[in-house]
Design a protein around this ligand. Structure first.
Ligand code: DAK
Length: 258
């Protein structure tokens, strides 16, 4: 499928979506977000894919929603059309593991899309921020919510109220990103992580991701109960039998994703 604002690639069991509007620092215009949704839906439906990487350029993951596209909208417009809401949430509906590979700017909606992914891997050059306050508005796609759950109130308030950016090391210390990787060879290093994820059993990846996400939505007691049920449930899978038999036989497991 030919896209205008993104590139889609498949390497082994990993699908890679590259945001590709370099002249606008990958500003997230409606057409780009629609294409991202289509590409993710396509990769979700592809049995050969077990992990999805979303990335941008060396200079920008994405510098936010397209300000030029939204600047003339009125309150009635955004309310009436439920402005850009549906398309933006496709990332959150992926059932396969998603990795945001961030180099350069991840601002506003760019930071929000990264946070919708299951983990963020950052190049040393990454800069994260929620600068909407400088435009006279506030984050609109989870920036006040996912960021706060991820880094805590004080840093989330700092980012949302000042509009300042933080660098990759600060984001790492705060728990926003899982790893900081050298800028040189960044995507190769990301692919090592993605390949490791994609090497596991797909049904187990799906339920594992679901269990971690439950931690955001419920009490500890309910979450632990959910985890235990799902853990027991993995014993119904051929891959769980294979994983443990392979360990005991000192060989690599041959998962069939069943
Ligand atoms: N929108 C449109 N164009 C952008 C852009 C953006 N967000 N960011 C950069 N560009 C464009 C610039 O206008 C410039 O275009 P030309 O002038 O060359 O035509 C080109 O990209 C290069 O940018 P700069 O010349 O500014 O490059 P610099 O290196 O000097 O500066 C910068 C880089 C990232 C610091 C700067 O471009 C900047 O401050 N950009 C804006 C960052 C920002 O404010 N982002 C937040 C946008 S608001 C929602 C979902 C999402 C959202 C809301 C609701 N719902 C589901 C309801 C999200 C909102 C936002 O993200």
């Amino acid at each position: 499928m030919a896209y205008e604002n993104i590139l889609v690639d498949r390497k082994g069991a990993v699908g890679i979506v590259t945001l590709n509007r370099p002249k606008a620092l990958n500003a997230l215009c409606a057409a780009l977000i629609e294409e991202l949704g289509e590409a993710l839906t396509d990769l979700e439906g592809d049995d050969a894919i077990r992990c999805i990487v979303i990335t941008g350029s060396e200079k920008a993951f994405a510098a936010g929603a397209d300000i030029k596209e939204m600047k003339d909208k009125s309150y009635a417009d955004v309310l009436d059309e439920d402005f850009i809401t549906g398309d933006w949430e496709v990332v959150t509906r992926c059932r396969k593991p998603t990795i945001a590979a961030v180099a350069g700017f991840a601002l506003g909606g760019g930071c929000e899309i990264a946070m919708m992914c299951d983990m963020i891997l950052a190049a040393e050059t990454a800069k994260f921020g929620q600068p909407e306050i400088k435009l006279g508005t506030i984050p609109g796609s989870g920036g006040t919510q996912r960021l706060t759950r991820s880094v805590g109130k004080s840093l989330a308030m700092y980012l949302c109220l000042t509009g300042d950016m933080i660098d990759a090391e600060t984001a790492l210390r705060a728990g926003l990103v899982a790893k900081v990787l050298p800028a040189e060879g960044f995507l190769d290093a990301v692919m090592k992580v993605a390949d490791a994820v994609a090497g596991h059993s797909l049904p187990v990846l799906r339920v594992c991701k679901e269990a971690v996400n439950v931690a955001y939505e419920t009490t500890l007691a309910e979450g632990v109960r959910f985890e235990r049920r799902v853990f027991h449930g993995t014993f119904a899978l051929e891959d769980r039998t294979e994983g443990m038999e392979a360990f005991a036989a000192k060989r690599k497991p041959d998962f069939k994703h069943r």
